[in-house]
Design a protein around this ligand. Structure first.
Ligand SMILES: C[S@@+](CC[C@H](N)C(=O)[O-])C[C@H]1O[C@@H](n2cnc3c(N)ncnc32)[C@H](O)[C@@H]1O
Length: 929
């Protein structure tokens, strides 16, 4: 029965575009705005040029340390080559040169304000040019991807028809404004009315405002309407009617609804896949090492499908770190689309997979738009084994819209070729036969794959997957035009213009981290036909071959297609190719990517051009990615490169097995050393954490034993009330501290705490420090533990409750945790307070946050002055910096914004712990009272 098929995102977007007469700019998201490819082929523009820029204010350039990436706009001639010839420029002074923006995307640029500004300047220049030449193209787009949460919305706000040119038939047909000719005529005749109707001088203004919006099906679903379409509509309406401010406000509100990673601020679009940090894993390993059970699977590497799946190096990971489970420490990361494995193990977000057309790769299209939707529910004629048929295609659809269904963990394993190697582990029980994930990547042609292959080879990266065995059902003779993918070029093994390789080097998902095992693979790849009946579009999905227990590494046999025992024996005897296999299996081929081109029979599918297997289900080799040049070995010298003595290439066949083994052992030892170092570092960090906890606990105990702080009596409202007296006394504290400092009793930092605290309670202080003049006091309260803030720790916070004053305490380390009070500070056991004269505030803060955060402290003080404005002399003349654990906490209206910017300015260093953000669990932030 023909029911109306729901529109997919891209489709919906195309509808919106075509209805509005917009060209289409497709933008790869997510948060980091990875790349923008301008596809103007559908733009009904004649004599106009695209013109747009991003409104810097509305683009969150940097959210809580998120690793955003550049916006390398594809704006080269290729992008809009299909437009009509360039219009002739009007006479007059020479126009500024139109910037030629990068036609290729540059995935390794960081999305920094500087980069952004440069890009914006380029666009603005282009925009001005367009305005001067009276050419501007209204154009808008949103990015669209089924399983990501963020959207970049470019809102059209400007279209300027060519005032001099007569409207062309094409423009009229496209429904473009055609005021140009009448306006020109009006100018000529010069009547007042006509002059009034003449176009006003053009003002440069933004064509587009861009900002990120979270995707929310639940918010956007309207019955009978396409989710995506209504979403886009609503946003456009919002921005038109309520203005951009309202839209941005709304964006901010909506953003709060979505779970984001506490550390990075990135959306957890696929919370089921989690990337474990190395130190996290190392800590888990250290803990597990103590248990005898961990050694059972340690380094034997024998494989098998018990708990000991793995190989010599990787095998130990199953035992020691694999069972970490999800939801433990560390930080979650959206792993569905990550890019590269840089040396520092900081995974990058990257956009969705693209279909790359042509070697220049100037035009990239989302792969789902035309490949997935058509006849999706129609059975194809492919052999079931080849394409997975309907079930697999449904699963694919689900994967694309909902993401990975099972908990997976990406864990670092060890150092390899100068960077950390990772593997994928099950975070929960996964039944056999589960279609786990799609092998996501750029779809590129054979030609493009060959072009990239050398770079990848040099870099020692292997993330290309051959799709050699296309879904090659012969197309019916009558429909070749409608099914371009089924042209003769689709013949298995030939590729032509078709994408035949999925390259996950730069764009990929968690599937790219699956490691190889010659014997004990528990995952297999299946081809899923993602197109219509006769489309030869194939994607690769990963399916479990047996039940998988939590903690097991997911392993794929990259060379499963090499079934012929003679061939396998030949490879084993002479393992040329790329990457020495460490699976340790008895039947190991000794090389992960055999050099099939040279070793295999010519009839072997795929030929292994890219160093990898061929056939329908084989990973191939190659890669560019984000290598760290400082740590990666030069081409041909890395342990995995064929030129190295360890792994024999065709050129070094003569090397005997013994020297290979020796070198392999050396490499292994190097890897282990590096890993050991990391492990120690992890242990050190853990120890520090433990010490901190102990101190905190000790402080809490002391605090519990200490007499309760004196509370002010209730105020009766009269002038002589005791509370009022108390307030007066509180004022005295600050004065006294100041004077004490002058007289050498109170210094900054430690002495401030000691003198102010000195074993006394607040009342005693009041008694001791009377008669001082100055009325300024700085106070820090929060999570400063004794070892990080020795000076601060000496003072113990006491909230008198009167006038919000917390004075120095009894000198015990840690603090009593009574630092809440009316400044919004959150009471907690490790709270401490430092009472210092204002003049010393910066010094004390710096000292408290030593050794490495003087800038942060200074900034904190400065910010107080800036944000707080006038010094608050009202309530007992106290000013304060409150360090709050709650990021959302709005302390006296300063709010998270202040927190955020402070953090940024402090170099993302957690001022309360003095630990850099990258290693701090979702840490406290500070706000200002
Ligand atoms: C598709 S990637 C797998 C993910 C990879 N471990 C990473 O960290 O990105 C293939 C690469 O993993 C490593 N690898 C996978 N299986 C291996 C094995 N059995 N022995 C040695 N290295 C292996 C090799 O470096 C290979 O180039």
């Amino acid at each position: 029965m023909a029911s109306r098929r729901p529109l997919l995102a891209d489709e919906a977007w195309q509808n919106v575009c075509s209805r509005n007469g917009w060209g289409s700019i497709t933008v790869a998201e997510p948060t980091g705005t990875v790349q923008v490819a301008v596809s103007m082929r559908k733009a009904p523009r004649v004599g106009a040029r695209p013109c747009w820029f991003l409104n810097e204010d509305e683009v969150p350039l940097h959210i809580s340390g998120a690793r955003f990436r550049a916006v390398p706009f594809s704006y080269g001639p290729e992008a809009f080559g299909a437009l009509s010839p360039q219009p002739t420029e009007p006479s007059g002074p020479p126009l500024p040169a139109v910037p030629q923006l990068q036609p290729e995307f540059a995935p390794h640029l960081r999305f920094t304000p500087q980069v952004m500004r440069r890009e914006l300047e380029s666009f603005q220049q282009l925009h001005r040019h367009c305005l001067r030449t009276n050419q501007a193209l209204a154009c808008a787009t949103s990015i669209s991807s089924p399983n990501l949460e963020w959207r970049l919305l470019l809102v059209a706000s400007h279209y300027t028809p060519d005032a001099t040119a007569a409207p062309t038939a094409a423009a009229t047909a496209a429904g473009l404004p055609t005021s140009g000719a009448p306006a020109a005529a009006a100018e000529a005749t010069g009547t007042p009315q006509q002059h009034a109707a003449a176009p006003k001088p053009l003002q440069a203004k933004a064509c587009f405002d861009a900002y990120f919006l979270p995707y929310s099906p639940t918010l956007d679903v309207r019955e009978g309407q396409c989710v995506w379409e209504s979403w886009v509509k609503r946003r456009l309406k919002d921005s038109r009617t309520r203005g951009m401010d309202a839209a941005v406000k709304r964006w901010r509100e909506e953003r709060r609804l979505y779970p984001t990673d506490g550390l990075t601020g990135l959306p957890l679009a696929e919370p089921r896949v989690r990337i474990k940090s190395y130190s996290e894993r190392a800590a888990a390993a250290a803990a597990a090492a103590a248990a005898a059970a961990a050694t059972a699977c340690g380094d034997g590497g024998g494989g098998g499908d018990g708990g000991c799946v793995g190989y010599s190096l990787y095998g130990s990971d199953v035992g020691d770190g694999g069972a970490g489970g999800v939801g433990g420490g560390g930080y979650g990361m959206h792993a569905s689309l990550v890019e590269g494995v840089p040396a520092d193990c900081s995974f990058q977000y990257i956009g969705r997979p693209w279909l790359v057309r042509g070697a220049a790769a100037a035009v990239r299209e989302p792969i789902t738009s035309d490949l997935l939707q058509a006849d999706f529910l129609t059975e194809c004629d492919c052999p079931a084994a080849a394409c997975g048929k309907l079930w697999a295609r449904r699963e694919l659809c689900r994967l694309r819209s909902e993401g990975v269904q099972y908990c997976l963990e990406v864990q670092p394993l060890h150092m390899q070729a100068g960077r950390r190697d990772v593997g994928v582990f099950a975070g929960e029980y996964i039944p056999a036969g589960t279609l786990l994930m799609e092998y996501v990547g750029e779809w590129i042609t054979e030609e493009e794959a060959d072009a990239r292959g050398q770079q990848y080879h040099d870099a020692g990266l292997h993330y290309m997957y051959d799709l050699q065995l296309m879904c090659a059902a012969p197309p019916p003779a009558a429909t070749p035009a409608a099914t371009p993918a089924a042209t003769p070029a689709a013949t298995p093994g030939s590729g032509g213009d078709l994408p035949v390789v999925v390259d996950a080097t730069r764009l990929g998902n968690v599937a790219r981290f699956l490691n190889h095992h010659c014997e004990a693979a528990n995952v297999e790849s299946v081809n899923v036909c993602s197109g219509g009946l006769y489309e030869a579009a194939m994607v690769i999905c990963m399916r479990t071959t047996r039940h998988i227990r939590p903690g097991e590494q997911l392993l794929l046999n990259y060379v499963a297609h090499i079934k012929d025992e003679a061939q396998r024996a030949a490879i084993r005897a002479n393992p040329s190719g790329q990457v020495a296999c460490r699976c340790g299996a008895e039947s190991c081929l000794r090389v992960v990517f055999p050099d099939l081109q040279q070793r295999m029979d010519s009839h072997t599918a795929g030929g292994g051009r890219r160093g990898g297997g061929a056939g329908a289900s084989s990973a191939a080799a190659g890669g560019l990615g984000s290598l760290n040049p400082a740590t990666d070995p030069p081409a041909g010298t890395g342990p995995d490169s064929p030129g190295s003595p360890a792994y024999v290439s065709a050129a070094s066949d003569s090397q005997d097995g013994a020297s290979q083994d020796a070198r392999a052992r050396e490499v292994e030892v190097e890897c282990w050393r590096a890993e050991e170092e990391e492990l120690k570092e992890g242990q050190r960090q853990q120890q520090q954490g433990d010490q901190r906890k102990e101190l905190t606990a000790a402080a809490a105990t002391t605090a519990a034993a200490a007499p309760p702080p004196r509370q002010p009596p209730p105020c009766c409202g009269t002038a002589t009330c005791r509370q009022a007296l108390w307030r007066e006394a509180a004022v005295g504290v600050s004065e006294r501290v100041d004077d004490a400092q002058r007289s050498g009793v109170v210094g900054g930092g430690a002495s401030a705490g000691a003198a102010a605290g000195g074993g006394s309670d607040a009342a005693a202080l009041l008694d001791r420090a009377s008669g001082f003049k100055r009325r300024r006091l700085m106070l820090l309260a929060g999570r400063l533990s004794a070892d990080e803030a020795p000076a601060a720790a000496e003072g113990q916070a006491h909230d008198t409750g009167a006038g919000g004053l917390r004075s120095g305490g009894d000198g015990s380390a840690g603090g009593t945790g009574d630092g809440g009070g009316d400044w919004g500070g959150k009471p907690e056991a490790s709270s401490v307070a430092v009472v210092v004269p204002r003049a010393q505030a910066a010094a004390v803060a710096a000292q408290a946050l030593a050794p490495a955060t003087p800038a942060a402290a200074a900034h904190a003080v400065g910010l107080k002055q800036e944000v707080g404005g006038e010094e608050d002399e009202g309530e007992a003349g106290v000013e304060a910096i409150v360090i709050s654990e709650d990021e959302d906490e709005d302390v006296d209206g300063c709010g998270a914004g202040a927190v955020y910017s402070s953090r940024q300015a402090a170099g993302q260093r957690d001022v309360t712990t003095g630990v850099t953000g990258a290693t701090t669990p979702a840490g406290p932030t500070y706000a200002l009272a």
